[in-house]
Design a protein around this ligand. Structure first.
Ligand code: FES
Ligand code: FES
Length: 155
């Protein structure tokens, strides 16, 4: 039987305390235990970026971190950033540029893009492509995604 460990994680500003299996990944905790299914799970190997979340202000792969490793830390998900309005400009730009089709990659893509926007610097299209290079999209060919991010960053 899996050992469970009491763990408290501040999720989108609200402390959540649960006994979690020692081997449960953070993304599964967020989706299955907390019910925040906006972050997706694709490869489960740290490759596709679908599970991108923010931990203590830094984006990372939720499938590469155990829930118990997030004990005492602050986790923000696509739901939190969306509800706070932080993503409003990006969401509008993605909509206007048709930067999504199936939408599977979109939450992770928005989290990665917003991480670049928060740096408040002008960037080239190549730099945008590099920054989102760890977020795979099977549908769009990336052009419209880069267009949308570029519009928000560079105006
Ligand atoms: S599901 Fe985490 S990187 Fe693919
Ligand atoms: S919109 Fe389908 S994977 Fe990106």
């Amino acid at each position: 039987m899996d050992t469970t460990i009491e763990t408290t994680i501040t999720v989108n500003g609200t402390p959540v305390t649960r006994r979690v299996p020692a081997r449960q990944h953070l993304i599964d905790f967020l989706r299955d235990t907390v019910g925040l299914t906006g972050s997706h799970v694709g490869c489960e190997h740290g490759v596709c970026g679908a599970c991108t979340i923010r931990v203590d202000g830094e984006i990372l792969r939720g499938c590469l971190m155990l829930a118990v490793q997030a004990n005492g830390r602050k986790v923000d998900t696509i739901e939190g950033l969306s509800d706070s309005g932080e993503l409003a400009d990006l969401q509008r730009a993605f909509h206007e540029h048709n930067a999504l089709q199936c939408g599977f990659c979109t939450p992770g893509m928005l989290m990665a893009a917003q991480d670049l926007i928060r740096q408040h610097k002008k960037v080239s299209r190549d730099e945008i492509r590099t920054h989102i290079g760890g977020n795979y999209c099977r549908c769009t060919g990336y052009q419209a995604i880069v267009d949308a991010i570029e519009e928000v960053i560079n105006g």
